[in-house]
Ligand binder design. Structure first.
Ligand code: ZN
Length: 97
């Protein structure tokens, strides 16, 4: 993975994912959630879930919009496939006047 921004976003996503996993999957004793009120735990779960989804969206969106990442995705998709000599990416621009 060569794009530094994508690497950064992916790290943020995994961080949010780990945090979410801790809150959702660990027992209350392990995470210290036992000290919190039920509504606080619910709020914490909602927040970590939201942070995880937001981080995931940012990562996916970047992957779609960043030229370097798109090129890499294209190469991965065509890996193992033999392309026709004429096959190439059609530039994204209007062709009609
Ligand atoms: Zn990128």
């Amino acid at each position: 993975m060569s794009c530094p921004e994508y690497v950064r976003l992916r790290q943020l996503y995994y961080k949010a994912l780990r945090r979410w996993g801790q809150v959702f999957l660990s027992t209350s004793k392990e995470t210290g959630l036992a000290k919190l009120a039920a509504w606080q735990i619910a709020e914490l779960k909602r927040k970590t879930l939201e942070e995880r989804d937001t981080a995931n969206e940012r990562m996916c969106l970047h992957r779609q919009l960043c030229p370097a990442c798109r090129e890499e995705t294209r190469q991965q998709q065509s890996a193992g496939r033999v392309l026709e000599p004429s096959a190439r990416v059609i530039p994204f621009k209007a062709t009609r006047n």
